[in-house]
Design a protein around this ligand. Structure first.
Ligand SMILES: [Zn+2]
Length: 211
């Protein structure tokens, strides 16, 4: 479903980031993948920049630069947008497979590895506060695909991290959002207690009423 421009800005403004890591929040820009009509929140490269701004990948000036760049090169922007969706679905499938203890599809791992190979040349070390160092990205404000770099890195690092075994899928009906369960007793079941958790509570209550 296409939302009006205002409704879309409203969506990004109030966007919930419950994934715990960037790559899962990116996967969560779609939901209900197990239905014939999945919910899609990203329809254009501009949506991608709006999302990236909301989650802190881009600042306002960076997002504006990329929007102008996309207007200058609409075909290139459309291609990067398709790349982004392919990457997102790959990330979703790899983590969803891991949740069921399955190995990822070879194609998915290959796509992610290709994304890593395209991304990591832009990673560099900079000096931080005091004598410390920090990771940063090559200064490339006009590169349309730079929105994807932190997402690729987040996916790669989460997959080799100790948090991988804490990745869960929301148990809400037709949700499919992914998140890291950082609860102490590892009992988190919902993307958001206000959304899916609440729906489930109401459903259980109704069932009880009928019984
Ligand atoms: Zn949910």
């Amino acid at each position: 479903m296409w939302l009006t421009m205002d409704a879309r800005h409203e969506y990004f403004e109030h966007l919930k980031t419950v994934g715990g890591v960037l790559c899962l929040d990116f996967a969560n820009t779609a939901s209900a993948r197990d239905t014939a009509t999945p919910t899609e929140r990203l329809h254009t490269y501009e949506d991608l920049t709006a999302w990236a701004e909301r989650v802190g990948i881009l600042d306002g000036a960076g997002a504006e630069t990329l929007r102008q760049e996309a207007a200058r090169q609409p075909e290139a922007a459309a291609a990067v947008f398709q790349q982004a969706l392919a990457l997102r679905e790959t990330i979703f499938r790899i983590f969803a497979a891991r949740i069921t203890d399955a190995a990822p599809a070879a194609d998915d791992l290959a796509l992610l590895n290709a994304a890593i190979a395209a991304t990591y040349p832009y990673l560099r070390l900079i000096t931080g506060e005091g004598a410390s160092f920090a990771w940063d990205w090559t200064d490339a404000p006009h590169r349309l695909e730079r929105v994807l770099w932190p997402i690729v890195r987040s996916a790669a690092e989460t997959l080799v991290s100790g948090e991988l075994e804490r990745v869960r899928m929301c148990q809400g009906e037709h949700c499919g959002w992914l998140f890291i369960d950082r609860s102490k007793n590892r009992s988190r079941r919902w993307c958001d207690m206000q959304d899916c958790g609440n729906v489930e509570k109401v459903r259980r209550y109704r069932r009880k009423q009928k019984a």
